[in-house]
Every structure is written in structure tokens, then in C-alpha cells.
Design a protein around this ligand. Structure first.
Ligand code: NAD
Length: 425
């Protein structure tokens, strides 16, 4: 089981995109993917970099770097978020775009993959500056974005507010209302019910599916969730509603452990009144942040940052199951260690695909001009997640590999058909 993962991790990852390629190559070899298809997928199909001069509140012009990478469009229009952060760069955007191709394919969505971003510190900018920057970005990407071309969504540092500005600018340029050009919108302008909790909900569905395979019952297991933002807080709430005892939670301000179980509603109420952070929560013992991931539990849900499970701490992890709420929380070097310890890892491209799945539902509703109830959204979401989990689990068994490489294989089996059927010049 571990051999394939070891190969994946031995390829030294010099960049985020190299880490994607290392795993892609291992999956491709194992499933015997044709060399031509592999070459197509090793190269993003389109990369755009723009300069955005913005008039700042102090009357001076500041130039920002904006990016959009379309990795593939073989299964449909490309889909992927827009990130506002200081570490946005071409390599990171390329890696995240490729991940979106694989994530959409694993989740059985008719999409390729893309990602965009602006190198900026949104917390250091005024609302007016952010609005001008978002509108300038929308104008610069007018020929990339399109309802049936490339469909962005929020990512780190952006939310429904930025999506609304970008949609408005796109609509002005085109002279018509096209809500389906962007997802993650506020409900009032065409967003979908259930989108907010969707990624956490997908983590919950994947956790329950994995526990079933492991012959474990929800009410017999304990869980630690790192991150208490969109993904982590909804995942912790939904997992606890299913009877799983949440013994550890943490965010960038503090981490907590209580072997008797943490009252998640109390933690949510506390965070809601405390600027959305956990510092000062009294429902559990505060522990060092570095101890959270390695504390005793059956299920570990990293739902905050990338590269938090590393060569250094992977050997100390006590969980039997890891469900990756965040993108890229496990460094490639840690994969082999987890595999040797027989820890099952539901990888990011499967575990957190609930968000893009409900984004897809939002796009479908926008195209139809007909809106579903939250219950309809959740029922359709859960079914799609269960099907995706089963396909990856079956490939892990068939190809005698871990779930990460199996998820890549599941995606590649679909994308390969798209590449071959659409052909080339
Ligand atoms: P968020 O900004 O809402 O929350 C992030 C959380 O991580 C916060 O609680 C923050 O305090 C915590 N955090 C930050 N630094 C930390 C640290 N050093 N130690 C512990 N906790 C820390 O972000 P989110 O939307 O919940 O995204 C979390 C992860 O999930 C990211 O990797 C993101 O790419 C991924 N993801 C999000 C979605 C989505 O729909 N929101 C979908 C797919 C993947």
C-alpha cells in the first residue's frame, strides 16, 4: 500500500505545483495513463498575469499583481476561486488550478479547473480600495470569465461581497445579468442555500463514509478539528450533530482539548461574540497549538492551513482517520509516514469538494432561473459526496494504494476521457 505513496513523496517538491506533479505522476504510472494525456495535464492550458493600478484612499496609485490560471477545460468550463493574500504567486495559483481540475472530476462535476488571485493584504485595505481592486480585476479578466467559459468563486481573503462586485462589473461590461458567471454569491443576488456550510458538510459526509468502511460507529469515536472558520466550524458542528465527540478545536488564536467532549454550540456562540476567534473560550483546557494535531483522537480534521501535517509531526499523530478539510494540509513528505502507520487519509480533493459541489448547484440554479430549498441542496450534495467517496475507496482497493493517489486516479480516469474524446489539432 505504501510503496506508491513513498514514490510520490520522494520526488522533492520544490514548489506547490511540483508537489501536484509528483502526485500526478505516481497516479498516472499506476493507472497506466497515456503519456500524451499526462503531458496535457502537466501543463496548465492558460495563464494570465495582470497589473492593476488602483487609486488608494491616500490619493496615490498602487499597482497590484493579479493572476488567473485555467488548468483544464476537458470536462467543461473551468471552475475555481479567487484568493486575496500576500503570498499569491504564479506557482501557487497554478497548483491550486490543477487541484481544482482533479477536485471537480472526483466530485463528478462537469467542470475543468482554474484559480485566480491578487497579491494584496485585504485586512490592510479599506472597503473602497477592495471594491476598486475587485472591479479592476473583473475588467482585466473579462475575456477569461464567462458562464460557460470560466466561473470563479470565493477563496481565502474573499467572500460573497467581492463576488457581488465582480459580478456587477462583468454584467456592466456585457450589458446583461449573468449570475452564473460567478458562484459563492450572496443569496439575494442568486447564491444558493446551503453553500455556506457545504464544505464542512462534505467533510462530515466523507467522515461518516470512512468510519463505516472502518466498522466504527459515529457515537464511539472522538475527533479533533483544526481551524474554526468556514470549513472547521461547520464540520465540527455537523460532526457533533452526528454523535461524534469533538475533543479538540483550535484556530490561529488558541487551541483547546477536553476528553469528555466540547460543547460545539457553546464554542460557536463564543466565537460569534468574540470577533470569530476562540481565544478565551472556557469550555475546555487550553493547550499549545503545536499539540492539537497530535493529541488523542480517532478522527483528525485539519481545516485551516496547508502543510500542517509534516515529516516532523506525522509520526506522532494518534488518529486512525484524517479527513482533509483544508487544501494541502499534508506535506508530501508526511504521506508515507501516515501510510506506514496505516492511518486512512481522505484527501482534500475529495474531502473538501462539498463546497465546489454546491457551487455547481448554484450555477445550475442560475442557469435554470429556478431555486431549490436548502433541504434539496443538502440531499443532492450528500448523494454526490457518497458516490464520489465510494469511487475513490474502490480505486484504492483496486490499485492497492492510499486514498490520495486513488482520488487522483479517479479524477484522471474521467479527465483522460475528456482529453481523448475532444482530441487535439
Ligand atoms: P477561514 O478563513 O474561514 O478559516 C480559517 C481558519 O483557520 C480560522 O479559524 C483561522 O483562525 C484558522 N487558522 C489560521 N491560521 C491558523 C493556525 N496557524 N493554526 C490554527 N488555525 C489557524 O477559511 P476556510 O474557508 O474555513 O478555509 C480553510 C481551509 O479550507 C483552506 O485551506 C481553504 O483553502 C480550504 N477550503 C475552503 C473551502 C470553502 O468553501 N471555504 C472549500 C474548499 C477548501
Amino acid at each position: 500500500m505504501s510503496t506508491n505513496t513513498v514514490n510520490a513523496t520522494q520526488a522533492h517538491a520544490e514548489s506547490m505545483f511540483d508537489a501536484v506533479l509528483a502526485r500526478l505522476d505516481v497516479a498516472a504510472k499506476l493507472m497506466n495513463l497515456s503519456e500524451e494525456v499526462l503531458q496535457v495535464l502537466r501543463n496548465p492550458s492558460k495563464q494570465v498575469k495582470v497589473s492593476l493600478p488602483i487609486m488608494m484612499d491616500n490619493g496615490k496609485i498602487q499597482v497590484f499583481e493579479g493572476y488567473r490560471t485555467v488548468h483544464s477545460t476537458h470536462l467543461g468550463p473551468s471552475k475555481g476561486g479567487i484568493r486575496y493574500a500576500m503570498d499569491v504567486n504564479a506557482d501557487e495559483v497554478m497548483a491550486l488550478a490543477a487541484w481544482m481540475s482533479f477536485k471537480c472530476a472526483v466530485a463528478n462535476l462537469p467542470y475543468g479547473g482554474a484559480k485566480g488571485g491578487i497579491k494584496c493584504d485585504p485586512r490592510a485595505m479599506s472597503v473602497g480600495e477592495l471594491e476598486r481592486l475587485s472591479r479592476a480585476y473583473a475588467v482585466s479578466m473579462k475575456d477569461i470569465f464567462g458562464v460557460n467559459r470560466d466561473i470563479p468563486a470565493p477563496d481565502m481573503g474573499t467572500s460573497g461581497r467581492e463576488m457581488a462586485w465582480i459580478l456587477d462589473e462583468f454584467n456592466k461590461i456585457n450589458g446583461e445579468d449573468s449570475p452564473g458567471v460567478i458562484t459563492g454569491k450572496p443569496i439575494a443576488i442568486g447564491g444558493s442555500l446551503g453553500r455556506d456550510a457545504a464544505t464542512g458538510r462534505g467533510v462530515m459526509v466523507n467522515t461518516l463514509a470512512a468510519l463505516k468502511k472502518m466498522n466504527l460507529k459515529a457515537n464511539e469515536v472522538t475527533c479533533i478539528v483544526q481551524g474554526f472558520g468556514n470549513v472547521g466550524s461547520h464540520a465540527a458542528r455537523l460532526l457533533s450533530e452526528k454523535g461524534i465527540k469533538i475533543v479538540g478545536i483550535g484556530d490561529h488564536t488558541a487551541s483547546f482539548y477536553n476528553e469528555k467532549g466540547i460543547d460545539i454550540q457553546a464554542a460557536l456562540d463564543f466565537a460569534a461574540k468574540n470577533n470569530r476567534v476562540l481565544k478565551g473560550f472556557t469550555g475546555a483546557t487550553e493547550i499549545k497549538s503545536s499539540e492539537l494535531l497530535t493529541s488523542k483522537c480517532d478522527v483528525l480534521v485539519p481545516a485551516a492551513l496547508q502543510n500542517v501535517i509534516t515529516e516532523e509531526n506525522a509520526g506522532k499523530i494518534q488518529a486512525k482517520l484524517i479527513v482533509e478539510g483544508a487544501n494541502g494540509p499534508t506535506a508530501p513528505e508526511a504521506d508515507a509516514i501516515l501510510n506506514d502507520k496505516k492511518i486512512i487519509c481522505v484527501p482534500d480533493i475529495l474531502a473538501n469538494s462539498g463546497g465546489v459541489t454546491v457551487s455547481y448547484f448554484e450555477w445550475v440554479q442560475n442557469k435554470a432561473g429556478y431555486y431549490w430549498t436548502e433541504e434539496e441542496v443538502n440531499t443532492k450534495h450528500d448523494l454526490k459526496m457518497e458516490i464520489a467517496f465510494e469511487a475513490v475507496w474502490n480505486n484504492a482497493t483496486q490499485f492497492k494504494t492510499g486514498m490520495r493517489i486513488a482520488a487522483y486516479i479517479t479524477a484522471l480516469q474521467k479527465i483522460e476521457q475528456g482529453v481523448k474524446l475532444k482530441g487535439a489539432y
